[in-house]
Design a protein around this ligand. Structure first.
Ligand SMILES: [Zn+2]
Length: 129
């Protein structure tokens, strides 16, 4: 039997690897059976991550161009150099985690949806299609 913290950690790691398929099937079944609950949890989790990342913006939680701050949902994370699709990858959550862990990057700003769209069009900032 494992005795030390490190032995217990190693035992758990080995158990998780050995039971991977079983665990994945159980997780899938749970998520299917509790679909609405899981989606609601995911939405709340993502909103809290986004809020935590927004709160770290050095210019405050408002549009850098026009100062809009009425509804947080209309505020967007804008990569100043227009390469957001590269930095973000597949998941916005990754960006939020990175901001929370490493601080606000120098090449990021908050824009409202209107200003971000206008900037995107004026600078031809489109990712690969
Ligand atoms: Zn704006």
């Amino acid at each position: 039997m494992p005795r030390t913290k490190e032995q217990i950690r190693e035992y758990m790691r080995a158990w998780h690897i050995a039971h991977r398929e079983e665990r994945n099937a159980r997780t899938r079944a749970y998520k299917t059976a509790h679909r609405e609950q899981v989606l609601e949890y995911d939405r709340k989790y993502q909103a809290s991550l986004r809020d935590a990342a927004l709160a770290l913006a050095p210019s405050g939680v408002r549009c850098t161009y026009c100062g809009y701050d009425t509804d947080r949902r209309a505020l967007q994370f804008d990569h100043i150099n227009g390469n957001g699709y590269l930095a973000r990858g597949k998941s916005a959550n990754k960006l939020y985690h990175k901001i929370i862990k490493e601080g606000w990057p120098a090449d990021l700003q908050i824009l409202c949806a209107n200003c971000n769209q206008i900037k995107k069009i004026e600078n031809c900032e489109y990712g690969p299609r």
